[in-house]
Design a protein around this ligand. Structure first.
Ligand code: PLP
Length: 235
């Protein structure tokens, strides 16, 4: 079985090839390693292989792993990419660097109030529902501009961009449509004056399609850490 460091190299090669195919510079897309369900030792192995940004889905698991890797905290960037309930915002505001999955103003307000003053602003992406009724998570595209303006005005937060989890689709051509939709929404917000720089889209099975449509961060789990016992993204 290939090692974690070999898998990371292979994913980086895929990203570079996709950037070349898209006519984008090789450094245009950063890699977020999704370590949900993996032990802290797997994160340590990835870190030793030069990977510094990690994404977690489940709040308690994220907090446990952050604690287990406290000795390496300065080298690590932790991203919460899974659903966040309002009663769990405080430990998240205190422990992570990014949250990709905000889809309600109330959650952003709590994160803003609870982000400790001694830490840098918490980086946020708004999760958008680009798949219509098939998905329960994410703000509806027509409600996005108002939510983005309200979140951008909150202190202790920095609104960085948008995130989506499209419905699984095997066909690489058809994979592009939801990513293109998210990119259009992103450009519209930028045109309205919001200083956004992050388009978080693309997973193990569709990273090429996402990079072709402008992803700046791809979130990769299986292709780095192998298949998970628990199922994929909670929608
Ligand atoms: C699990 C997960 C990923 C990674 O998915 P893979 O298919 O394993 O690469 C990316 N984003 C979110 C939100 C996830 O929950």
């Amino acid at each position: 079985m290939p090692s974690i460091s070999e898998n990371i190299l292979q994913v980086r090669t895929r990203i570079e090839a996709a950037c070349a195919a898209a006519g984008r510079p090789p450094g245009a897309v950063s890699l977020l390693a999704v370590s949900k369900t993996c032990p802290a030792e797997a994160v340590r192995a990835a870190l030793d292989a030069g990977q510094h940004a990690f994404g977690e889905n489940y709040v308690q698991e994220a907090l446990d792993k952050i604690a287990a890797l406290a000795d390496r905290r300065a080298e690590l960037q932790w991203h919460l990419i899974g659903p966040l309930q309002s009663n769990k915002t405080r430990p998240v505001a205190e422990a992570v660097d990014w949250v990709h999955s905000v889809d309600r103003l109330k959650i952003a307000q709590r994160l803003s109030e609870q982000r400790p003053a001694h830490l840098p602003p918490l980086n946020l992406c708004l999760q958008v529902n680009v798949s219509g009724e098939a998905s329960k998570s994410g703000v509806a595209p027509d409600e996005l501009p108002a939510l983005a303006r309200a979140v951008a005005a909150l202190p202790r937060l920095r609104l960085r961009g948008l995130m989506a989890i499209p419905e699984p689709e095997d066909d690489p051509v058809r994979q592009r449509a939801p990513h293109a939709r998210l990119r259009d929404l992103f450009h519209r917000l930028q045109a309205q004056g919001l200083a956004l720089d992050t388009l978080s889209m693309g997973m193990s099975a569709d990273l090429e399609a996402a990079v072709l449509e402008g992803a700046t961060v791809v979130r990769i789990g299986t292709a780095i850490f192998g298949a998970r016992a628990r199922p994929g993204p909670a929608q």
